[in-house]
Design a protein around this ligand. Structure first.
Ligand SMILES: [Zn+2]
Length: 53
């Protein structure tokens, strides 16, 4: 059986994959905070950079 990723309790079918509405909201908050938190070190490689000399 699937376990709640938040607290580890057995997941309830009504709140899958969580065990309760509370854990569902906790995960949502974590997800939202992760979206708004942009890592400054994660800069994409500049593929268009050309050195024509
Ligand atoms: Zn839970």
């Amino acid at each position: 059986m699937a376990k709640c990723p938040i607290c580890g309790k057995p997941a309830e079918q009504a709140y899958r994959p969580f065990c309760s509405d509370r854990c569902k909201k906790v995960d949502l908050n974590r997800w939202l905070s992760g979206v708004y938190k942009i890592p400054a070190s994660a800069t994409p490689p500049d593929e268009d950079e050309k050195s024509s000399d």
